[in-house]
Design a protein around this ligand. Sequence first.
Ligand code: UDX
Ligand code: UDX
Ligand code: ADP
Length: 464
Amino acid sequence: MKIKNICCIGAGYVGGPTMAVIAQKCPEINVTVVDINEKRIEAWNDEDVENIPIYEPGLSDVVSEARGRNLFFSTDVDAAIDQADMIFISVNTPTKTYGIGKGMAADLKYIELCARQIARVAKDDKIVVEKSTLPVRTAQALKNILDNTGNGVNYQILSNPEFLAEGTAVDDLMDPDRVLIGGDIDTEEGNEAVQALVDIYAHWIPEDKILTTNVWSSELSKLTANAFLAQRVSSINAMSELCEKTGADVSEVSKAVGMDSRIGSKFLKSSVGFGGSCFQKDILNLVYIAKSFGLNEVADYWHQVILMNDHQKKRFAANIVKTLFNTVSGKKIAFLGWAFKKDTNDTRESSAIYVADYLLNEQAEIVVYDPKVKKEQIYADLDYLNSRSEEENRQRVTVVNQPYEACQDAHAVAVLTEWDEFEGYDWQKIYDNMLKPAFLFDGRKLLDRKKKEEIGFEFYAIGS
Ligand code: UDX
Ligand code: UDX
Ligand code: ADP
């Protein structure tokens, strides 16, 4: 089976970059990305390709090559579904904020809406690919909806979890460690559907990196991969607290431990806590699934990864208060960075949000500079927590476009994101314009301690 038309529902951090790369690599396939968010689609179609709604290194080049040729962005979801042979679902699946499983389970309402829409519109057989991270067995739910409310056409459901990391999305898509495709491999139709998707990726990925398996293993592999990655960060962060007490340096520990080839060196960077839309959500999902099968020890084991992460954010903020003579009330604290990691404008679950919330509860004044995050986003993140009124957030938090302005007259500067440009600033100038003693808190172990101490900063870094 040869795929000619692809539709992707959801033009977000996953759907947008993934489809742009598929379109670039498969010029004979038409790829239409649809979304109900009109502003987002407008931005994807912006004549100036630098205005696309997602910042990823290299993405604008890929989009400008394929857009209008075989890559289209549209709000006409029905038309795109109707024309497609293969439909990717990459809508958001946030943690539930209400009802059973609140704060734990994934909210599948957007997925279900998609399934019902596909069922209503489709007049011929379709392959439906779940791309969003989903709890195990979602494919079955999708299939039930499609088969029971559809127009009698046949559906093959595939699971094709996305492993790209934000900030390196284009590189990860171009040269992935592996591609995982789950399908109904016990049947001929299922195998054909799997092969159709393999053929797409084989345009640019060696076949030995394309793994095929059954749907359940595929779904669970995605959750497991993210849980393991997050666990490494919590493990090294747990050691960072011990390092601070004992005079060891967590970077030295990471290096020594990471050189053991059984452990490996990646993902051992201590930080103010992991953020992003996936880690916490996926682990909570895993915990929820384990509990629902009565596997309490399994659930508790993974839940500890989240508890450790919450602790790390809190203790970073608490250390700022303690160091500033036990009060930050009315004091100006400059935040360098708001995104959950460098090279992205995404702020979902960013540690900066929680550190800010803690300090605002202590009546601090916060000034934020982030190279890519917009002012409205920062306010939206704080408002979403519901800790105080929207007016108060705007009174107490200022967002500026210039790092030196952020640090002017500050009592303390805190590095929350590891943007490369931060180390290159004129730190003497920053120091000269701060109140004294000038406190500097490095939540990313990014800055050179010795140089900062020579200038005169009171310097604190995670894990040393
Ligand atoms: C370990 C460390 O590997 C070594 O670096 C240190 O110096 C001493 O402790 P050892 O206890 O000899 O070495 O054996 P190891 O191969 O690490 O196995 C430890 C246990 O883990 C064994 O019972 C092994 O069966 C088990 N194991 C190991 C697993 O169950 N699964 C695995 O994937 C690996
Ligand atoms: C993650 C997975 O890496 C990716 O495979 C999956 O598809 C989606 O979730 P992402 O959330 O985009 O990707 O970014 P990632 O690089 O994994 O970082 C997640 C968080 O962990 C960030 O806040 C980052 O700063 C933090 N982190 C990462 C550390 O604190 N230390 C590390 O060593 C690595
Ligand atoms: P992710 O990181 O998983 O890509 P995002 O929130 O960035 O998540 O993107 C998901 C996109 O899916 C959003 O732009 C949202 O508007 C879109 N979306 C959600 N539900 C639907 C739907 N039923 N039809 C079309 N688009 C949808």
